[in-house]
Design a binder for this molecule. Structure first.
Ligand code: HSE
Length: 367
């Protein structure tokens, strides 16, 4: 059995990943050892191969694992990974953080899109596998069919990113902001809409609104800035799109994706409005079929109000593996411009699921 050391299993991504492993019955075919940076010697969770948590800074113990799966974050990877490698360990390092993404030695994992590449890299001896940026992963999951057919010249994306992508503390702060902005039901009944709006807007500007984590009101608001500034004028989140998509797809030439990334007050699904420049004019029915054939998780949504409101929103998709793709139509710019809107759960396909499935590929390779 594959012996896996799991670090960072209590955070948001780690929790979702462990839930998926449990619900999919993965634990029966893995020997799972839980490590902790803060509670070594404490009780390990259900499904653990040994009753106590191991020390995540114990290189020798980590080194006994065939694979180390880390959802602990970039700071941990930055010191633990080089220590482990320099100890001579040649196991599989599987990471949710961005630290190693652009290392030449690392392969980005998103197997419904690049499964062949993952298997090829494994055969070549690659031992470092990293989950991609969630926004990029979800975009490529939505457009896999088009990329496979070589139909994409470039993509412009406007994102509506959930707060879970910013981390647990910001998610909690958003929930607190929502509560600060809320009006008691009885008061809502007697206030006019103008008074309701004035109350919410006043509360957004009040000193008492908690903003220490997010830096601004996010509840009932949109923040068109994610991550730090790059010299290009992009944010780092925007910069990652082309760079990581190129690496995921193993493309010789840069995959051109650019746009504006915004944080919205959704909880766990990222949405993206896409303008895709096609390499040639193709009838819309064929494009729908190609999008739908991307992989088995694409859910095409009819371009109607009812279907859109029921199936193409963060609330509708949260907690599912569906990659909803709708609002599919030719844009007014010309017959080679395709518009679409996509929604995906950033904790599942955007983070946990590609890592879980990589473990499946490793098990499959061992026979
Ligand atoms: N950078 C993403 C976000 C997280 O801020 O939403 C997923 O990679």
């Amino acid at each position: 059995m594959l012996r896996v050391g799991f670090v960072g299993w209590r955070g948001m991504v780690g929790t979702v990943l462990l839930d998926r492993m449990r619900s999919q019955g993965d634990l029966g075919s893995l020997e799972l050892h839980f490590f902790s940076t803060s509670n070594a010697g404490g009780p390990a969770p259900d499904g653990a191969a040994e009753p106590l948590l191991q020390d995540a800074d114990d290189t020798a113990r980590l080194g006994r694992c065939d694979a180390v799966l880390s959802c602990q974050g970039g700071a941990y990877t930055s010191y633990a990974y080089p220590q482990l490698r320099s100890s001579g360990w040649n196991g599989y390092w599987i990471d949710a953080s961005s630290t190693l993404r652009l290392d030449d030695d690392a392969t980005l994992v998103l197997d419904p899109v690049n499964g062949d590449r993952i298997r090829k890299r494994l055969a070549e001896g690659c031992r470092t596998f990293v989950g991609s940026n969630c926004t990029v992963s979800l975009l490529l999951m939505a457009t896999a069919g088009l990329f496979r057919e070589g139909l994409v010249e470039w993509v412009n994306t406007t994102t509506y990113q959930a707060v879970s992508g910013a981390g647990a503390r910001k998610l909690t702060e958003l929930a607190r902001q929502i509560s600060y902005l809320g009006l008691p039901h009885a008061e809502l009944e007697r206030l006019s809409s103008v008074q309701v709006e004035a109350s919410v807007t006043r509360a957004q500007g009040a000193d008492t609104l908690p903003v220490a984590e997010i830096g601004a009101p996010l509840a009932c608001n949109v923040l068109p800035w994610i991550d730090r500034a790059m010299e290009s004028g992009q944010t780092r989140e925007e910069w990652k799109a082309s760079v990581e998509a190129t690496k995921i797809l193993g493309s010789e030439s840069p995959v051109i994706i650019d746009g504006t990334c915004a944080r919205v007050d959704a909880m766990r699904c990222h949405s993206q409005a896409l303008c895709i420049k096609l390499s040639r004019d193709i009838p819309i029915d064929e494009l729908r079929a190609i999008l739908g054939s991307g992989h088995s998780w694409v859910r095409l949504v009819d371009n109607s109000q009812a279907a859109t409101l029921q199936q193409l929103t963060p609330a509708a998709v949260a907690g599912s593996l569906d990659i909803a793709v709708g609002r599919i139509r030719k844009l007014g710019m010309g017959p080679e411009y395709l518009g679409a809107f996509t929604v995906g759960d950033q904790l599942l396909w955007g983070a946990a699921e590609p890592l879980r499935r990589l473990l499946g590929i490793l098990r499959e390779q061992r026979g």
